[in-house]
Structure formats: structure tokens, C-alpha cells
Design a protein around this ligand. Sequence first.
Ligand SMILES: Cc1cc2nc3c(=O)[nH]c(=O)nc-3n(C[C@H](O)[C@H](O)[C@H](O)COP(=O)(O)OP(=O)(O)OC[C@H]3O[C@@H](n4cnc5c(N)ncnc54)[C@H](O)[C@@H]3O)c2cc1C
Length: 428
Amino acid sequence: MKSYDVRCINEEILKKLELKKRYEILNAQFMGILDDKQKDFFLKVQKFCRKYDSKVDHTTADVYDWIPDFGEKGYITRSRAFPEFDLGWNGPDGYVGLTADLIRALAVDQFNPQFNMGAGATVLAINPLAEHHENQPHRLQALKEMVTGQAVGSIFITEPEVGSDAVRPLTRADPQEDGSFLITGEKIYTTNGPKSKYGVFYAATEPGNGSTMMQGLFELPAEGIKIERIGIPWVPKLFLGKETMTNAVCKKENVLGGPGRGKSHMFEGLNLERMGIAILDVAEIWTALTHALIYINMRKQMGDIILKHQGVGFTFADLWAKGMNFTLAALRFCEKFDAAVEKYGGHVPKPIEAAMIPIAHSLKYQGAILAERITYECANLMAGAGVCDNTLMHDLMGISRIQEVIGGTRQIQQYVMSMSFRQFYKMI
Ligand SMILES: Cc1cc2nc3c(=O)[nH]c(=O)nc-3n(C[C@H](O)[C@H](O)[C@H](O)COP(=O)(O)OP(=O)(O)OC[C@H]3O[C@@H](n4cnc5c(N)ncnc54)[C@H](O)[C@@H]3O)c2cc1C
């Protein structure tokens, strides 16, 4: 439950804004668009979150303390089956895939949006390890720890001087005779960095030359790596890092992709990573819409509930319509992606994956803008109640503000889409 020093919102309304009621409203709206399997899973995650919510204080807690409990249930990620492990939730009755992950995120976000984003950043380290563990026991161990919430993970891509141009890292990788590398350079804005046990990084044997880029795994803390927490006031509960590496050792067995393979390793995660953010956007949109829907049905001004004042009711209808349309688009993508994974035995063939790239980027591009706009407008409709600290609306305002920056800015999404249009044209 969220705590506050001074209650600003009417007690009766605040009671209706509690997690249980928000889930009830959400379920009523999703009744028509989820199938039975999806609904069952949605209710299962909600039940867990409700129970957990009664035990925690969202204001004072360290959200990272909750990760093992969510991980044990498979609520950190559901996007893959992880057939390497018997996880309890990935057996014949388990529900996995991108659609399951969207549903997981919808439920978890209502519980705590920042916690939801932190979990998503661990998945950025999970995905490359899932692709490149090569059955090596220590890599499998790292993967299992992150998937089950025993360890936090992060991805080290961005550098102080290299942001959008991520394929040209200045961080240097010096090859050693024993197959290891010495890594020297700086990374920044690493979500979960200071809390991570595992970090997947990129460096180049010739700094700035993308074709010499490698991908490796750090086990943290490690000698030669200084990690400082940086301040991102929009997400005060998350730990973001600046990492300074000075001849930090990447052991031979932790090289996930040698020089020349880093770029393709970075690109192979494009769809899943863009969708990870689009899914976060869907979740944030509904956490905001749900708060506002309840509030405008209860708050009275000038003799009537404010929903009945056209300026509020019609504005909310517009936000709801945009949110629902975007949700349907994201859901459709997830279902199609899952169907392709199943049809082709675990891996989507390259041409289909390539055709999905601009779609995933378009969803990230539009979803990030919508999440920020819908949250802002919902808070406005709630007015004082939307911007005070009594509900999660304040957290949502901050987190939705950064959606366009993370995972590639607006212009980078547009750039990738435009490159796909070139590829499509070359096919005719
Ligand atoms: C909260 C948060 C969490 C993050 N988490 C992570 C993480 O876990 N791991 C990680 O590696 N990074 C992370 N990042 C970094 C994020 O991915 C980068 O901030 C982002 O990629 C942009 O890089 P930059 O900030 O250096 O901006 P720049 O690349 O310097 O961009 C500045 C401006 O120029 C525009 N621009 C740049 N190139 C072009 C172009 N060719 N055409 C048109 N416009 C262009 C951009 O769109 C932007 O508006 C995080 C950032 C934030 C804020």
C-alpha cells in the first residue's frame, strides 16, 4: 500500500482507488478482449500482487527487495519458456510468451510501476544470455538466477559520449592471450546497474568501430569496475548506474560474442526489447486510466460527478479510446509473435522477424508518447488528486515521462522504421 503523511483525497474515494478495486475495473474492461487462458493468468498475477500489496509500503520500501518473491512465481518475465530449466511455471500448464508477458506487466504495473520497469531492465540481460548460454553451466546459472529473481541484471550499452549511435562504443576491449578481454571505458544510465549481479556489456577492440564490437558478461561487483548511482528524479525508486571500467576482466567463458559479433548480437534483440517497452507503455496507460476512471466517477463538483461534465467525460473517452486501440495493437503483435515462435519451434525465421521490426518500433514509438500523454491528461482530470502523493499517479507521471528516452529515442525509432521501408522497397 502507498503511504503518505497527509491525506488529500476524500477517504471514500481513496478506498475505491485501492489495488483490489482497480483490478476489478480493469477486469471489467478487459473481459471482451482476453481469452480464457489470458484471463486466468491475469487473475493469478493479480491475486499474488494483492496479497503482496497488503504487506508492503510503496513509499518507504526498496523495490529491489521484492524481486525474489516475484521471480519465484515467474512474474519478472514471462516472455520465454526457458526450456533449460524446470521452473514450475513453464510446464505444460504454464503460460509463457510475449502475450503472457503483456498480461503479467498489466497486473504488476498496477501494483508498482517502478518495480515493473526495474524487472524489465533485468530482462535486457536475460535475453542475450538466453540466446548465447551455449549450455555452459555458469551462464545457465546466471540466467536462472535472473529469471527466478535471485539476481538483478542490467545492460551496459549507453556511454557518456555514445547514446543513440549505440553500435559504435568507445569502450575498449583489449584481447588477451588466454581468450579473455580487458575492458576500459564508461557506461551510463544503466538501469539497475548499482543493484546488479550480472551486466551484459558491449565494447570494441577498435573504439568507435562497430564492426569490432563484442558482447560480454560481467559478474558484479568486480575488480576494475566502479559503479556509481546516478540521479534520475523521474524514477526515484530505481537505481541507475554510471560504470567506469579500468582494465576490468571479461573472462573467456564470459565472452558471449567475440569481436565482430557484437553488432548482430545487439540487433537480434530488437523486437523483444522494443516490445518490452511497448508492453510497459500499455501497462502504464491502464494504471493511469484506471485511477482516473474511478476518480471521475466519484468526485463531485457543481452538483454532479465530474464524469458527467462533458469537459471531463469526453476528454476521458478520448484518452480511453486511444489507450484501448493501442492495447489492441500491442496485443495483436504479441499474439502473432507467439504464434510464429510456436509454429517455427522456438525461433521466428529471419524474414518474418525482419518484417516485424518496424511494427515493434512503431509500437514503442507511439506507445511511449501515448503513455506520457494519457498519464498527464488523467492526472489533470483528477486535478489536485492526480498530482498529490496519495496515489500512484505521481509515480506514473515520472515513469511515463522517460519512456521516449529509454530503449532508443523517438527519432531512433523513426530511423529504424525508415530503414525497414528501404528494405521493403528493395524487395520489389
Ligand atoms: C531512465 C533511463 C534508463 C535507461 N536505461 C538504460 C539501460 O539500462 N542501459 C543502457 O545502455 N542505456 C540506458 N538508458 C540510456 C538511453 O538508452 C539513452 O539515453 C538513449 O539511447 C539516448 O542516448 P543519449 O541520452 O546519449 O542521447 P543522444 O543520442 O545524444 O540524443 C540526443 C538527441 O539527438 C537525437 N538524435 C541522435 N541521433 C540522431 C539521428 N541520427 N537523427 C535524428 N536525431 C538524432 C535524439 O533523438 C535525441 O533527441 C537509459 C536512459 C534513461 C533516461
